[in-house]
Design a protein around this ligand. Sequence first.
Ligand SMILES: [Zn+2]
Length: 108
Amino acid sequence: MNEMPSCTKVIERKARKNHKCCECREVINKGDKYTYLSGIWNGEPADFKQCQKCVLLIEEAWALSQDFGFMPDEGPPLGEFLGWVADYGEQDGSNPMKEALGMSAKEG
Ligand SMILES: [Zn+2]
């Protein structure tokens, strides 16, 4: 079992330079709002940057995880949101979690 990381600090910031989202790996452009999370996990200080798109999806995923019958602390771990949706949302070959989050649309 992975130890669930706990944040000590969550700040909304405006990017002063380009960053990379820790979840979708997309670029957070200079001037865009993003969420900065920092804290100590397993004795190691760490920080994460999330784009607004992911922040909203993660919020929704936490709410959905309750509907899906998960325990209150079984939401997506930091930096592993997309993998979490892929693993935990899958049921019988389809992924209702992904669909509920509007992430099932095929792109490209
Ligand atoms: Zn993102």
